[in-house]
Design a binder for this molecule. Structure first.
Ligand code: ACM
Length: 636
């Protein structure tokens, strides 16, 4: 063999075994409390031994870790009886380390192995998530990846959450998501140390949970007419259109989901949204309504049923409320709540309370009689009466009630936990009045909002960019923090038809929310966070989880010159990127003009096309902004 061939062989062998040595950065989301970085790496052996305490709560943690490690690496992963010689040691502290609390952990990577310690199994689970984030991003792959050095940096981490409630809400009512899709959602959220999945199970468009004794809820209430496009203004369904779009979870499905979530240290909080948002229930059982015409109602398929032109209080075009003056509504709620209480071990049941229209109540004789009998002065108090009665039912089943912040208006009992969604202010008011509060304000945490400009996103009435979500601080100044249980982001799904789009809407904004509810305030840093987000984009690519690249979309600001010419200013959420553009309808790349300052559109231009680059790499998507649209925005 001549020297050249020998060299080539050596080159190939060494490249095969050590190519793609990962960079030495540590990119953990949410940012841990303390990271002390050492030098060098620990390299995983091809036979990985995991030693863990013999606890039923940890059986799944170990199998999840084993599977997550063995799939992409192809390594043999097994459990070790003794901690001696184990690659990964999971250990429960003999006596509690008070700083770590119930969910904290320490993680130590040395040249000889990995040790994760915690007071409780949840802490070990979170330590495992951090360990996986220390591995190269390819660890997220669902198939074998060859030629990777499976290493983790030498490091000492001490970590614990800021808040005990770290939630995501998934609306499975507006569009139905299968049990397996919900599991997929749970898998993704568990990697970022979320611990509450709030399932919005009922709404005008669907009732998604089997309730024994009320079969029509799922025979009728779970189904509507399939429509696609811009939800909300669909042509009303015709009488002969098939109502076969939707679905529901059987009680066995629910038990399976609760167990699946629990194995990942996530509690599921059910929400049955009443008294408003109840058309699916009323279409199934019109006798729950006070409106005789309810016998003709059908589950909504995205046609207009509400007039929002008057502002926050909607005017209903049909009566989608359970009737507070109707005893049948309370026996129905008793049955529903009793079954929810049995199915969901979580201590809270969410009973909605948002956006209940009052226009049908105002003219209803039964409601008027109720008001006279109970000395109720107005329709808001009618809802208060309903809420208090429903809360008594919840308490009779040994649970606590949570509801959207509107319930504060009708005279609510101090034991009701409040989820603040219309900004932070109702949460602040509730906390000052000693209610337990979860902050999930539209301002920072509404995942159904667009992530950038309407030209590049499915149209929703508002936009919420990643950098704004990152500003979320769930514990406001001047409020006793003991009343703020935590924070949550909400994914409403009117405009979300598939699990892929649910993922797109969730990530990366749920990274920002995860960090806002877990990491200390002084550890938050937007540019540094964004560099970690980009690392996690690679992870989402490997796990084939969809995410939005909207953070790279330019922000448009329009103006006009003194002689009424359109001016366009562009900016980005992040520094260090370049925008290239064209006005000639062709697709720009980095050899086109680079945006350097205010643009004036050429007189005949019809489109501004744009793309964002990081150095030589296009990172953003190709955007086409109609000039007519910009002129409209500039009132030209
Ligand atoms: C809500 O967004 N209607 C709670």
């Amino acid at each position: 063999m001549n020297k050249q061939i020998l060299f080539l062989l050596f080159f190939l062998i060494s490249f095969n075994s050590t190519s793609q040595v990962p960079t030495n950065t540590i990119s953990i989301i949410p940012q841990p409390v303390h990271i002390l970085k050492g030098t060098g790496h620990f390299t995983f052996p091809k036979e990985v031994l995991i030693h863990a305490p013999d606890s039923p709560e940890l059986v799944k943690t170990i199998s999840i870790l084993s599977e997550r490690l063995s799939l992409p690496t192809g390594y043999q992963v097994s459990s070790a009886n003794s901690s001696n010689g184990a690659t990964i040691k999971l250990l429960l502290n003999d006596s509690d380390d008070s700083q770590l609390g119930k969910e904290g952990y320490t993680l130590s990577v040395t040249h000889t192995g990995i040790k994760i310690k915690a007071n409780k199994p949840a802490g070990l689970f979170y330590g495992v998530q951090t360990l996986l984030q220390l591995l190269p991003s390819q660890i997220e792959s669902k198939v074998l990846i060859k030629n990777i050095n499976w290493v983790v940096p030498i490091v000492e981490i001490q970590d614990f959450p800021k808040l005990g409630w770290r939630g995501l809400m998934f609306d499975v009512a507006r569009h139905f998501f299968t049990k397996d899709e919900v599991k997929q959602y749970i898998d993704a959220m568990s990697k970022y140390k979320y611990n509450v999945l709030h399932l919005h199970l009922t709404d005008d468009e669907g009732w998604r949970i089997e309730i024994k004794g009320y079969p029509k809820l799922t025979e009728i209430g779970a189904w509507n007419v399939k429509r696609e496009g811009e939800f909300g203004d669909f042509i009303p369904p015709l009488a002969n259109e098939p109502r076969n779009y939707g679905g529901f979870y059987t009680q066995e499905d629910i038990k399976e989901l609760v167990r699946y979530a629990k194995d990942r240290f996530i509690e599921i909080m059910p929400e049955v949204d009443v008294p408003g948002h109840s058309l699916a229930a009323i279409a199934s059982y019109p006798e729950l309504s006070c409106t005789p015409d309810a016998v003709n109602y059908k589950v909504r398929s995205g046609e207009k049923i509400m007039d929002w032109s008057g502002g926050a209080t909607p005017k209903a075009l049909l009566d989608n409320t359970l009737c507070p003056a109707n005893e049948l509504a309370y026996s129905f709620m008793d049955s529903v709540i009793s079954q929810l209480a049995t199915l969901f071990p979580f201590e809270y049941i969410h009973l909605g309370g948002d956006e209940a229209p009052i226009n049908f109540w105002q003219k209803n004789e039964q409601i008027k009689a109720l008001m006279a009998r109970e000395g109720i002065k107005n329709s808001t108090e009618v809802q208060g009466y309903f809420t208090r009665r429903v809360e008594k039912i919840v308490e009779s089943k040994g649970k606590k009630m949570m509801a959207w912040d509107e319930v504060l208006e009708g005279g609510v009992s101090p034991t009701t936990a409040v989820m603040s969604w219309r900004g932070m202010k109702y949460g602040i008011e509730a906390a000052l009045n000693k209610h337990e509060v979860v902050m999930s304000p539209t301002t920072y945490a509404y995942l159904d909002y667009m992530q950038s400009d309407v030209i590049s996103e499915p149209r929703v009435y508002a936009s919420l960019r990643l950098n704004k979500s990152y500003e979320f601080e769930p514990v406001p100044e001047g409020v006793d923090p003991q009343y703020i249980k935590g924070g949550q982001a909400n994914l409403w799904t009117e405009q979300v038809y598939t699990i892929r789009q649910a993922e797109y809407m969730t990530w990366p904004r749920a990274f920002a929310i995860a960090e806002s509810v877990w990491s200390p305030k002084d550890k938050k840093n937007w540019p540094e966070f964004f560099s970690r987000v980009e690392e996690h984009f690679k992870r989402l690519d490997f796990s084939e989880t969809k995410y939005s690249p909207a953070v790279y979309d330019p922000i448009f600001k329009v103006g006009k010159t003194s002689d009424n010419k359109l001016t366009i200013d562009l900016s980005l959420e992040v520094e260090g990127l370049d925008i290239y553009y064209s006005f000639d309808n062709s697709f720009p790349d980095r050899f086109y003009p680079k945006y350097m300052g205010t643009l004036t559109a050429p007189i005949d231009a019809k489109q501004l096309k744009l793309i964002t680059y990081k150095d030589k790499v296009p990172v953003g998507r190709m955007l086409t902004m109609p000039i007519a649209d910009l002129k409209r925005r500039a009132r030209l």
